[in-house]
Design a protein around this ligand. Structure first.
Ligand code: 5GP
Length: 237
């Protein structure tokens, strides 16, 4: 499958049309951004690691009954996937308090939440991805019906119920993550985007070491080594 015209360039990926109107190709970039694009850098090989990690996780989720946009990994930096209408809601799933939850509500970093928290952010860089409640999402027309919001929450919890225990077997604590969803040509809501250390937080189960993009956000260094370690643990190496 060949890349055709560039359809869209985001912060971490470029999206290309293909000869098949139902399929597109994502190119995973080495660029790193944080704080809504204010902090920028690049790390050679980061894109390939995220492509490989996402590929393994999409395969795992598909095998567990979650519908995703994934078709196949084409090479180190390219993934073939279904073309969807992206729903402009970032679905955030949290098992442990950190990041904006701790900042905004004063919940102590590392507090295990009494139940898994699912939140919605408006996927809108110009506005800085603000928090959304259901009424906001409906008023903005991000989805048409309450049922669709309920489905996003249900799928997010199902995905967490698969990934959290899976990563525990790999010695990684899945702290929180961001999911995106879209509608395929039949109107089904499916999981899209990527699942990688760029949009998940992983803490080593024993040492508590951060193994994700917080290494870049917090200037800790060692980002590539951490991403490689996540991939190696997924592959059982
Ligand atoms: P927080 O709201 O604490 O900054 O992020 C919660 C989780 O969602 C983290 O795992 C973070 O990586 C992910 N996340 C939230 N917003 C974004 C975003 O705009 N881009 C990416 N890549 N991840 C995000």
């Amino acid at each position: 499958m060949q890349k055709r015209e560039l359809l869209y360039e985001g912060k971490a990926k470029k999206l290309y049309l293909t000869d098949d109107e139902n399929l597109v190709i994502s190119e995973f970039k080495d660029d790193l951004t944080a704080f809504n694009g204010e902090k920028k850098s690049s790390e050679a090989g980061k894109g390939a690691l995220n492509n490989k990690i996402s590929t393994e996780l999409f395969k795992l989720l598909e095998a567990s009954g979650i519908k995703t946009h994934f078709v196949k990994m084409l090479d180190d930096n390219h993934m073939l996937h279904k073309k969807v209408d992206v729903i402009l809601i970032e679905v955030i799933v949290r098992n442990v308090a950190t990041g904006s939850l701790s900042r905004n509500l004063g919940i102590k970093e590392g507090t295990i939440l009494p139940f898994t928290l699912v939140e919605f952010d408006y996927k809108n860089d110009a506005l800085g991805d603000p928090k959304l409640n259901d009424q906001h999402a409906l008023i903005l027309g991000l989805v048409k019906y309450q049922d669709e919001l309920d489905k996003l929450r249900r799928m997010a919890r199902e995905i967490n119920d698969i990934l959290h225990p899976y990563f525990a077997t790999k010695g990684l604590n899945l702290i929180d993550f961001k999911l995106e969803f879209g509608k395929d040509r039949d109107g089904n809501i499916i999981l899209v985007d990527e699942i990688s250390p760029d949009n998940c937080r992983f803490w080593d189960s024993v040492s508590g070491e951060k193994m994700d993009k917080d290494r870049f956000r917090q200037g800790l260094g060692g980002l590539k080594v951490a991403y490689e370690e996540v991939l190696n643990r997924i592959l059982g190496k």
